[in-house]
Design a protein around this ligand. Sequence first.
Ligand code: NAD
Length: 516
Amino acid sequence: MTANPDLVAQGESAVNARGDVPTVKLLIDGKFVESQTTEWRDIINPATQEVLARVPFATAQEVDAAVASAKEAFKTWRKTSIGTRARIFLKLQQLIRENMSELAQILTREQGKTLPDAEGDVFRGLEVVEHAANIGTLQMGEVANNVAGGVDTYTILQPLGVCAGITPFNFPAMIPLWMFPMAIATGNTFVLKPSEQDPMVTMRLVELALEAGIPAGVLNVVHGGEDVVNAICDHRDIKAISFVGSTRVGTHVYNRASLAGKRVQCMMGAKNHAIIMPDANKEQTLNALVGAAFGAAGQRCMALSVAVLVGEARNWIPELVEKARGLKVSAGTEPGTDVGPLISKAALQRVEGLIERGVQEGATLELDGRNPHVAGYEQGNFVGPTIFSGVKQGMAIYEQEIFGPVLCVMDAADIDEAIEIINANPNGNGTAIFTQSGAAAHRFREEIDVGQVGINLPIPVPVPLFSFTGSRASKLGDLGPYGKQVVLFYTQTKTVTERWFDDSTVAHAPNTTISL
Ligand code: NAD
């Protein structure tokens, strides 16, 4: 990977070669440092099994040092002017654009998704950086004049202090960028704990953030797994935690960090259903389904993993299978690839195991993507597009988040039955309806208990003018990442009620007592 030349010159690159395998650095107090830990994990190219680098599991002392640096930096950062904060993110968005192709290549090598998807991953994060550059208008309070005679009340939104972010493997650029730009733009300092499976693109973005002008200590990075996450949950100097990842881990983080008195937001797992009405535009709908079910190898929290075919739409299965069969499975760096590898051998085994359970539990395997031949990448973690029909509630392939290129197809007699199925599923991350009926779409929008709702749109991820959301098992905490909500998440509202005595008039008007 190409690191920032200025930082390399100082020996501070986020990833340096040590022996023949580079090591990923911690960022503490503005310096990229080698961890003193004895626990390391390989970062592996999922298409080739090449070891790209080694990532440390930081020690408790290193986590403490990162938090201490952030705490010290907060003393001055909280007083930094709006313009100074905003301009850093204006610069950062420019640097990300200039380095887009390099960022996408790093991301594809360690995560596996196609290069266009990797650029999309970076771009969706870039949009949040642009949003952070608008912090001047986003962090304004409210004023009420004369709440009593001569008395005004106003609110100010003040930063909390040290905040932390814990991110998943599937969007290693976008999700760290959901977090640290908005936290820092609102005047907080930050400790980021990226996914240990693919932290290299995150570290390149962090290098760019320093180059854009984020001062020492304002942004820190520690790597690791369960122990580091628990240390963050328990740390008394961390005020708020933003988590994105699985429901199991997110629930643990929410409970543990809340008990330690922190503000917590957890965006978690999913089982996203699409309702296909028989009046939908067939070609558009099938193309959308195939892209949303199998793109990024199904490793999106917004992947459409269940299609509920209503009435006559159930006859569309053969055409759906043909479209899915036509997708190209290969390394993300190969031109024309539609479906890249899964993140790890463990993920591959889990997905293959679930496909086998689907067969055993009686679902019909319409398309079996197991063991595809991928010329030149025989060691890659590949599963091709896989489709089950006749899927029922209670089957493991329905109840679990597969997080692979596997689409479950169910039937429903009408829209009411389809909505009932979706609302009975514990997850409430994303959903979509495909129809030409405004009335059906309206009914769906009103009745469905899911955070992100798409109408003839398969993956309705909100742009940062809005906030990402979720309901039921997909989200804990009331405020979402980015958008307006995250400004409230990362700030404390202070409400000031004030009056001033005008010396020239007070002497003539002694009765200034007010009653509220
Ligand atoms: P994960 O929960 O395994 O890991 C997320 C983070 O938690 C990582 O940083 C990891 O190091 C840490 N972690 C893992 N195990 C831990 C443990 N036992 N204790 C404490 N911390 C632990 O998630 P993942 O596999 O990296 O990502 C995929 C999941 O993330 C899917 O469930 C997906 O739906 C979800 N996701 C949700 C959203 C959303 O916005 N709702 C977005 C992206 C991904």
